[in-house]
Write a protein that binds this ligand. Structure first.
Ligand SMILES: Nc1ncnc2c1ncn2[C@@H]1O[C@H](COP(=O)(O)OP(=O)(O)OP(=O)(O)O)[C@@H](O)[C@H]1O
Ligand SMILES: [Mg+2]
Length: 242
């Protein structure tokens, strides 16, 4: 059963040098609980692809289906509500609100969804302990490290138990130790909730934790390695050395 299916996605940008075709009839599927990494050279369209799939941007053409829902058939309001309910987002620069403390940042998806205080407390306890930040909840965003910020962002992304997590370079600003912590947290949470994850990354370590690694270049996927394959990690390394 596919949780996400995309067919014939096209996206181009008008630039000063003419039209730039970034996505050229891209097709993609992801199963429930699957973790997929998208890798590729800088400027190859990874963020454009992720933004199209999660409804941040509209593709020029093509179809995106999440379970039985087709994104292009939704109004803007329906799409924002759908994204809020079914998706969790993790960004390279964390995108936490400095005007709120850590507890409030994490609770935001539940507050926006009108969940009662008992449920907020229960869910907060569950995600905060899974990412190891129970003791930080009353601190401000500016008082914590980058690795801790990304763990807060992970807790926020998972708190409403979304179907799919979209992560764009989640470890791009982190050192090795924090990268390991963040990947362990994401793995633990996605296993707990059976969440699917689409992760754009330049990091071999992050990609090697995924079930599938896809190479995006020149407007489409030109390579794919699956975890079941022999010498998976070595093949991922070769794929990422383009
Ligand atoms: N709004 C825009 N207008 C014009 N060109 C754009 C726009 N957004 C992206 N591009 C161009 O589209 C191409 C793909 O950009 P995108 O950000 O998707 O690449 P990427 O693979 O995520 O790169 P990186 O690894 O550096 O994050 C790039 O050449 C970029 O300059
Ligand atoms: Mg990018």
């Amino acid at each position: 059963m596919y949780v996400l299916k995309a067919e014939g996605l096209c996206k181009s940008y008008q630039t000063s040098e003419g039209i730039l075709n970034v996505l050229d009839h891209v097709c993609f599927q992801m199963k429930q609980g699957e973790k997929v990494a998208v890798v590729g050279p800088s400027g190859s369209g990874k963020t454009t692809f992720l933004h199209a799939l999660c409804g941040i941007d509209k593709p020029d053409s093509g179809m995106i289906q999440i379970k039985d829902n087709i994104l292009s058939e939704m109004s803007d309001d329906e799409l924002s509500l759908f994204r809020r309910k079914h998706f969790g987002m993790i960004f390279q620069d964390f995108q936490l609100l400095e005007s709120l403390n850590i507890r409030e940042n994490i609770l935001l998806p539940l507050i926006l969804d009108g969940r009662d205080e008992g449920e907020q407390k229960r869910c907060l306890q569950q995600v905060a302990s899974a990412v190891g930040i129970e003791k930080l909840l009353d601190k401000g965003i500016t008082e914590i490290s980058g690795g801790q910020k990304q763990r807060v962002a992970i807790a926020r992304a998972f708190i409403h138990q979304p179907e799919i997590i979209f992560a764009d370079e989640p470890t791009g600003n982190l050192d090795c130790k924090s990268t390991t912590d963040v990947i362990n947290c994401m793995t633990k949470m996605s296993e707990n909730f059976h969440t699917s994850e689409l992760i754009v990354t330049h990091d071999l370590y992050v990609a090697s934790f995924c079930d599938r690694v896809l190479l995006l270049e020149n407007g489409n996927f030109t390579g794919e390695i699956c975890r079941e394959e022999k010498n998976f990690a070595k093949k991922v390394m070769t794929l990422m050395s383009v």
